[in-house]
Write a protein that binds this ligand. Structure first.
Ligand code: NAD
Length: 490
């Protein structure tokens, strides 16, 4: 069914119509499950991006002229169609990423919840009213659109990443150009179709396919794009911030993580192991929030290690609902991770389990990496400080709480963190002191719910938070309005 939904070449959506790149060039989308070509996608260039931005610019004033409630109604219509077509969306995600259908259905559900939350903002979009030092003067703040939003996303959770940016950008009255991830072109194209069928005015949402350093870079450079919201790697985020900074465009960066999960000596070890397996390996570790540094108290280290290895070796790897995780997104990623693991071994780290590609008949054609647990890496080694974005976790022995907190914070990243303990004292001190945008007690390192802010300290971002109502500050200008009464005119 799904393959029939994906066209031979995935076009852009520009000004309410589907179109190929001006050059006619395409890029192949390869299945990470079996290495076969799924489809082509438009290899858009600067000219295609210019057209999309022009369409957004032309459509934006009328869109901003609707009341926020009317905009919210249109966003609700999109979410209703998403719900009706949730199976189709999930099928496309599963085909493109190799994620199990059940996981893709869950992700689509989260994207719908995100949309509903932001559609509801149409009835809020709160500013505030405040006092003044001056008699007969009143002060309020209102939110106003920025103009054209350029949205650039990663492939790891394709529909959630789209919802996370498109819905808040639109509810604030901006028009948008979404640059799809080249590894998940069909999900973005299908979403563009849903928005179109839901009656979103043409040009309000444009979807551009293509390569990052071509279509993505052109979007960032375009002077008509007032705000750029980017989800992806820290290296690319840094480049985007530099280019956009030149022309003082607003930038929101949701970047990588190297997230710590601490297991104390008073933790429920069974649960800590279960949560570590989920945090490190679900979605093949392709989560910015994934736990990749597992810091374990000395006194429980050996017991924890033994259970974690057993758990990792019991995981089923493959694309079905019976599997625990699927392939990584492409061969380049797979190769990159294997090289880092090899270099870590060269520096004295020990691979406790995994560390290799799965090459049996069921997996050989795909991008499958065995669940990998490593110990003995130095805290400042490449493998401890580089985000791998795959099913690889490093174990570290720590003497006690102070050492765990210190090591948790000894990272260039600061996205998520988790502690397993029964002590309210340790839990409170950790969540207060850990340098992370999200801190969790006794569960996994996970992203936020739609109504909660998500984002990171240090090199995990640039201080913005999406989603939650905090996302509204990314996509709107705040205006202070003062009203003065002329008593003589009363
Ligand atoms: P990536 O940075 O290579 O690519 C992300 C997107 O940026 C893609 O659409 C790509 O085409 C585009 N891009 C690449 N070069 C560009 C350029 N020069 N100019 C403009 N756009 C460009 O990242 P990836 O490897 O595809 O995704 C994984 C990364 O995303 C990880 O680092 C992960 O942690 C991060 N991520 C972060 C969050 C978060 O919320 N913090 C969520 C998901 C993923």
């Amino acid at each position: 069914m799904t393959d029939n939904l994906i066209p031979e070449v995935i076009p852009n959506w520009v000004n309410g119509s589907e179109c190929l790149a001006d050059s006619g060039a395409t890029i192949d989308k390869i299945s990470p499950v079996d290495g076969r070509r799924i489809c082509g996608l438009a290899r858009s260039g600067a000219n295609d991006v210019r057209k999309a931005v022009a369409a957004a610019r032309a459509a934006q004033p009328a869109w901003a002229g609707l009341t926020p409630v009317e905009r919210g109604e249109l966003l609700y219509r999109i979410t209703r169609l998403m719900r009706e077509e949730q199976k189709q969306i999930a099928g496309i995600i599963a085909a493109e990423t190799g994620m199990a259908l059940s996981a893709a259905l869950g992700e689509a559900g989260a994207a719908i919840a995100q949309g509903e939350f932001m559609a509801g903002e149409g009835r809020r979009l709160y500013g505030h009213s405040t006092t003044s030092a001056v008699q007969d003067k009143y002060a309020v703040t209102v939110r106003q659109p920025i103009g054209v939003a350029g949205l650039i996303i990663a492939a790891n959770t394709p529909i959630a990443n789209i919802a996370w940016k498109v819905f808040p950008a639109l509810i604030c009255g901006n028009a948008a150009v979404l640059k799809a991830a080249e590894d998940t072109p069909a999900t973005a194209w299908y979403f563009g179709g849903i928005a179109h069928r839901a009656g979103l005015p043409k040009g309000v949402l444009n979807v551009i396919q293509g390569a990052g350093d071509e279509a993505g870079a052109a979007l960032v450079e375009n002077p008509e794009v007032g705000v750029i919201s980017f989800t992806g790697s820290t290296a690319v985020g840094r480049r985007i911030a530099a280019v956009a900074g030149e022309r003082l465009a607003r930038v929101s960066l949701e970047l990588g993580g190297k997230n710590p999960l601490v297991v104390c000596d008073d933790a429920d070890l069974e649960r800590a192991v279960e949560w570590t397996l989920l945090s490190a390996f679900s979605n093949a570790g392709q989560r910015c929030a994934a736990a990749s540094r597992i810091l374990v108290f000395e006194s429980v280290y050996d017991r924890f290690r033994e259970r974690l290895i057993r758990g990792a070796e019991g995981l089923n790897i493959g694309p079905s609902d019976q599997d625990d995780y699927g392939p990584v997104i492409n061969r380049r990623q797979l190769k990159k991770m294997l090289a880092v693991v090899e270099r870590a071994k060269g520096k004295g780290a020990t691979v406790l389990t995994g560390g290799h590609r799965l090459t049996d008949a069921a997996h050989a054609a795909g991008c499958y990496l065995a669940p990998t647990v490593i110990e003995g890496a130095g805290p400042q080694d490449e493998i401890s400080t580089t985000e791998l974005f795959g099913p690889v976790a490093c174990l570290y022995r720590v003497e006690g709480f102070a050492a765990a907190l210190q090591l948790a914070n000894a990272s260039p990243y600061g996205l998520t963190a988790c502690i397993h303990t029964r002590s309210i004292h340790r839990a409170t001190e950790f969540t207060q002191k850990v340098q992370a945008g999200v801190a969790v007690i006794n569960a996994g390192t996970y992203g936020s719910e739609p109504h909660m802010p998500f984002g990171g300290f240090k090199q995990s971002g640039n201080g913005t938070r999406e989603p939650g109502t905090e996302a509204l500050s990314v996509y709107s200008e705040l205006k202070a309005i003062y009203t003065n009464i002329d008593r003589g005119a009363l």
